[in-house]
Design a protein around this ligand. Sequence first.
Ligand code: AMP
Ligand code: ZN
Length: 491
Amino acid sequence: MNLNLFNTLTGKVEVLAPEPGKPLGIYACGPTVYDYGHIGNFRTFLEVDVLRRTLKLLGIPVRHVMNITDVDDKIIRNAAALNQPIGEYTARFEKAFFEDLDALRVQHPEIIARATEHIDQMVKLIQRLAENGAAYQTEDGSWYFRLAAFPAYGKLSKKDLTGMVDGARVDVDEYEKDSARDFALWKAAKPGETSWDTPIGRGRPGWHIECSAMSMEYLGETFDLHAGGEDLTFPHHENEIAQSESVTHKTFARHWMHVRFLLVEGRKMSKSEGNFYTLRDLLIKGFKASSIRLALISVPYSNQMNFTVDGLIDATAAIERLRTFHARLVEAHLEPGSTELKASAEQAETTFRAALANDLNTAEARAPIFELVRMANTALDKNQMLAGDRDAILETLVFFDSVFDVMEDHDAEATRHAIEWAVAEGRSAEIDPKLMAGLSLSDADVDNLIAERTAAKKSRNFARADQIRDELAEKGILIEDSKEGVRWKRK
Ligand code: AMP
Ligand code: ZN
């Protein structure tokens, strides 16, 4: 099955397929490591994870490159304020970024490319641009891209460049002006700032050149797909195209995927509005990493997403339903044979795949899975399920989870990590008190208390058994007695 994906460049849904015998090359813009990632950032990384996993589900091998922007104006400023070398400053946030990706179960790309480790490639690209007349140096020693040298500028974002002033320049990395400008490729060193001594002078790279140089380094001059959040379409991606195609005279990326923005409670997320959340903020408030993952990916990448606490609560309930059903299914004693449920499971899988292959429609993909769970729960209640049905349902769930990845419970680990971090950062007051109490018990402690409770019940010491149950509940541990024994989970 092919993946049909909207292409920002052509404005159409098109088949995304690799060249014969090659993996599909993906370059996705990574983080600027100057702070902890917020849930908007993670929405984009999660949607790229959905893309990656869908390609694998469809049998398409990938070579996925992500950059780490570990030098820029903010990094230099923040590191200087702390009197730290920029490498020391960024290492801390890069580590936090990967911890957060792991908490959200985002698969790592095949290649991680740090900007500071590719200065040579960037300098060479700027030299080639200069040879082609597309780059010029200013008096202070900085280098700029000459927009007038690239008539196709604007083809991705469909910007109208009439009224563009030749030679008008910007030297900041981020700008959202309506009008395009010559932009910085290389910034001459200012006293005290991190810089590199190179054949084009002493200085540091601009943000846009970084992605052109590193994507072509690992994927070649023309590659399959470039991805990022929708805010990057202009100017960042437009500038990447201009820099790359001015040198190669070939199509840079054939396909462009842009993830629509995440809003929080209907508004743009911002610190001043009080609706700004890092992943860590949510974890220490007691929300589970799996709920955040499911909430963020259940809205297709092509739709703007409104993040709400109600949405998180719904996602938590949905995951509970899945996990409880899965445990019940595995433990059920079933007779051999199968019923029409088997066909329903196979149909759910087909619908699931088709929805993902149709522009990564995660909302339509998950619907038949939850419907299957509902039907199968009813069949179990009525003792109408047979072993062959179970096999088919389990297989469908494996495919579902190869993309959604929420069935297995890794939440306690992610939460514990976030709590340790908050304590180390002196932010204990923000931690949900229930989480703190639960943390004082290790899994082994819980198992021991449950064994003691079982023994107490056997010797008819019900007072002690109830006491243990209450003590566990207070610490956020729920126990559930079933035919198959005692199950427990952290709230
Ligand atoms: P940054 O670290 O700011 O360069 O951003 C990393 C990624 O997050 C980029 O692909 C951005 O487009 C994306 N991003 C930033 N804010 C949001 C948001 N509110 N919703 C979705 N993606 C975002
Ligand atoms: Zn980029």
